[in-house]
Ligand binder design. Structure first.
Ligand SMILES: *[C@@H]1O[C@H](CO)[C@@H](O)[C@H](O)[C@H]1NC(C)=O
Ligand SMILES: *[C@@H]1O[C@H](CO)[C@@H](O)[C@H](O)[C@H]1NC(C)=O
Length: 316
């Protein structure tokens, strides 16, 4: 056990290697599989006053995704979509292929409410536009045959116009136009198989970062890719039409290393005038890494810390 904590009247939780368990005190029993949502802005020091929502499931919850008006809960074979945050109502549920990693992404865009998760066929992606789907109806599934082997990682860009995915092999990341299903570009992480942990787009879809068990975080430039004319990336990135067909896979612009085998997530830092083009990696060994990169591929460490050492005990 790593840590435990009293949550609110009659409940406590403990974080184990296998996940977080929540118990009832009287009678002492495990409380099933919960998703709890807190509002930290509420003016109280008591955790129970900040708890705003509670969802209970009979099977383990593998992932949770949120946008301003919806919450998505991912189980091994099913995905639930609820309205959010006032009086949540279940809007949809989708049966999925075995999805032990809880793969799923949801775009935050106001115009599009795209949800992507592994399709029924091995290596495929299923896309659902929640704004075009009526609760209770089963519309024809929109799928992309992305890979030959199982999907290992999936991400959408902010407007939901591009989906990126990698398979268990982990050598390539493929980008697809979510409207036409066309493959836009293929990014090469490496030639040896690897387990990809995370893929993220930059806010403006100009770059993509990916982390793997090789202990590397790769940064790819998307603006200069030889995309098909009128591609989704060209529309988003506001670059002019790029003539030329997709030929080869494209190597990364830059990369940096974190402890190998140590799972980490990576994302682009907030882009401000003082902080341009940064990537942050957070590893399970408690280390935090921040690198800045230039469009011509220079990449330098700007910060390193052990975030577990700077935790404030009162914050839980
Ligand atoms: C980056 O990707 C990870 C996992 O793929 C996800 O949990 C996280 O929310 C993403 N971060 C951003 C800023 O998109
Ligand atoms: C940061 O902003 C610059 C200037 O607007 C832009 O060219 C670049 O693509 C942005 N980078 C990221 C990571 O969002």
């Amino acid at each position: 056990m790593y840590c435990f904590n009293l949550l609110f009247a009659g409940c406590f939780c403990c974080a184990m290697e296998t996940g977080v368990r929540i118990y009832n005190v009287e009678p002492l029993m495990e409380k099933g599989h919960l998703v709890l949502v807190w509002d930290d802005a509420r003016d109280s020091r008591e955790a129970k006053d900040k708890l705003v929502l509670e969802f209970t499931f009979t099977k383990p919850v593998l992932a949770v995704r949120m946008r301003h008006d919806k919450i998505i809960i991912v189980l091994k074979n099913r995905i639930y979509v609820y309205s959010f945050p006032d009086n949540p109502v279940k809007l949809f549920e989708f049966d999925t292929r075995d999805n032990p990693k809880g793969l799923c992404d949801l775009c935050p865009s106001l115009e599009k409410q795209l949800l992507v998760f592994p399709g029924h066929k091995c290596g495929s992606l299923q896309l659902v536009d929640l704004s075009n789907t009526k609760p209770g109806t089963s519309s024809a599934p929109f799928t992309i045959n992305a890979h030959q082997s199982e999907i290992a990682c999936v991400a959408l860009n902010q407007p939901g116009s591009v989906a990126a995915s990698a398979s268990r092999k982990g050598t390539l990341i493929r980008l697809f136009d979510t409207t036409t299903r066309d493959k836009l570009v293929e990014l090469r992480r490496g030639t040896d198989p690897a387990t990809l942990y995370c893929i993220n787009f930059s806010h403006d879809s100009s770059f993509l970062c990916a982390s793997s068990d090789k202990g590397t975080v790769h940064i790819f430039a998307l603006k200069d890719t030889k995309l098909n004319r009128r591609s989704a990336l060209a529309r988003v990135g506001k670059v002019g039409p790029v003539i030329g067909q997709y030929v080869d896979s494209q190597w990364s612009l830059a990369s940096f290393t974190v402890p190998a085998e140590c799972a980490c997530i990576c994302a682009f830092g907030k882009n401000t005038s003082k902080n341009v083009n940064s990537v942050i990696a957070i590893c399970v060994d408690g280390t935090f890494h921040k690198y800045v990169f230039t469009p011509d591929g220079n990449c330098n460490r700007e910060a390193f810390d052990v975030y577990l050492d700077i935790c404030d005990d009162d914050d839980f």
